[in-house]
Write a protein that binds this ligand. Sequence first.
Ligand SMILES: Cc1cc2nc3c(=O)[nH]c(=O)nc-3n(C[C@H](O)[C@H](O)[C@H](O)COP(=O)(O)OP(=O)(O)OC[C@H]3O[C@@H](n4cnc5c(N)ncnc54)[C@H](O)[C@@H]3O)c2cc1C
Length: 374
Amino acid sequence: MARMGYGEEHEAFRRTVRTFLDREHEPYLKHYEAAGGLDREFWRKAGQAGLLGLAHTGGGDFTFYAIMSEELGRTPGTATTGSSLMADVATYILVNHGSDAQKDKYLAGILTGAWTQAMPLTEPSVGSDATAIATTALRDGDDYVINGEKYFISNGSGANLLYVVAKTDPSKGGRGMSVIIVEADTPGVSQAKIPMIGWRQGDTGALNFDNVRVPASNLLGVEGGAMKILMDTFLEDRIQIAARCLGAASRAFELTLDYVKERKVFGQRVIDFQNSQFVLAECRADIKITETMVDTAMIKLRNGEFTFEDGAILKLWATQMEGRVLDKCVQLFGGAGLMDDNPISRMWTAARIQRIYAGTDELQKVAIARGLMQ
Ligand SMILES: Cc1cc2nc3c(=O)[nH]c(=O)nc-3n(C[C@H](O)[C@H](O)[C@H](O)COP(=O)(O)OP(=O)(O)OC[C@H]3O[C@@H](n4cnc5c(N)ncnc54)[C@H](O)[C@@H]3O)c2cc1C
C-alpha cells in the first residue's frame, strides 16, 4: 500500500536510493572497512546517481531527504559506515543563507560530490550547551581568523567544505555566534577521525583550527546569525533522524522475522514460542506507530504546521523506539545476535547513537517540558 503523503516522484527516488545502496554500498563494505571508511569515489557515484544537493535539486521538498535517510537506515551496512550521505542536509544552509557568490562557487561541486560538507559546532568541552562554544572567528582587516577545536563532527575528517560555527563577538554569547565557510585545505585546519563503537567505519571527526585565515566574504548570512541558521534546519533534522530510526527498525524486524522462522530450539521454530510472537507483535506496533508519525510529520512540515514540540516528541520517540526494537531483535537472535559479522549486532550498537546526537533525549524532554510550564 502507498505510504501517506508520498507521490510517484518520491517513490521513484526511493527506488533510486535503494538501488544505489544495494549496488554501491553493501557489496563494498569489506573494502570500506579496509580503507577506514567511505572514499571520495563513493561520493562521486552518489552525485552521479542524483543523490547529492537535494536541498537544491529537490526544489526545497524535504521528503527526498527523509526518504534517503529511511533507506540509509534500512541498509544494514550503514550501521557500519554511518550517516554519510545525510551530511548533504547541510546544503540547506548554503541554499537558504548563502550569498549568490557562495552558491556559484560551491553548489555545482556539491551536486557532483567534489565538495562534501560538515557542520562543526560541538567542541570537546561543549555539547548540549551550544552557546558556550569557545571557538572564535575574529575580524582582522578583510579576513576572519579562526581558532578552536571541534569534536564529534559527522563527516568531520573527510569533508572539504566546512560550515564552522564560531564566536565573532564572544561578549554576546549565543547572539555573537556566526557560521563561516572554511575550505578544509586552508592552512591551519587539521582533521582526524575519532574511533567509536557503532558506525565503526563512519566518519565522526575532530577538527582543529589554528589561526585559520579566511576572507570576510566567507561569512554565511549575517554576523551573529548562527543560531537562526541552525534553528532553520532543526525541524528537518528531527524528521530525517526519525526516518532513519524507522528504516533501521523495519529492516532489523525483517531480518529477525526471517531468522526466527528458520531457527529451531527444543524441536520447534523460535517463532512458535508465544513469547516470540508477542515480542514481534510489540515491535510491529512500534514500527507502524513510528511510520505514521514520520509520514504525518512530513505532511505537517510541508504545510508549515510542524512545531518545535512536534520535532522534540518525534526525535525522542523514534530514537527510543529504534533502541527498543533492536534490543528485542538481538534477544530473539540469541548469541548469534551479538556476533560481529551479524548485521543485527551492528544495527544494535548504531541505534544507541541516535539518542545522543542532534540533541540528547534529555534535551528533547527539556524542550517538551518547557511548553508545559507556560
Ligand atoms: C555520531 C555523532 C555525530 C555527531 N555529529 C555532529 C555534527 O555533525 N556536528 C556537531 O556540531 N555535533 C555533532 N555531534 C555532537 C552531538 O550533537 C553531541 O554529542 C550532543 O549534542 C551531546 O553533547 P555532548 O556529547 O557534549 O554531551 P553533554 O552535553 O556533555 O551531555 C552529557 C549528559 O548531560 C545531559 N544533559 C545536558 N544538558 C542537560 C539538561 N539541561 N538537563 C538534563 N540533562 C542534561 C545530556 O543529555 C547527557 O546525558 C555528534 C555526536 C555524535 C556521537
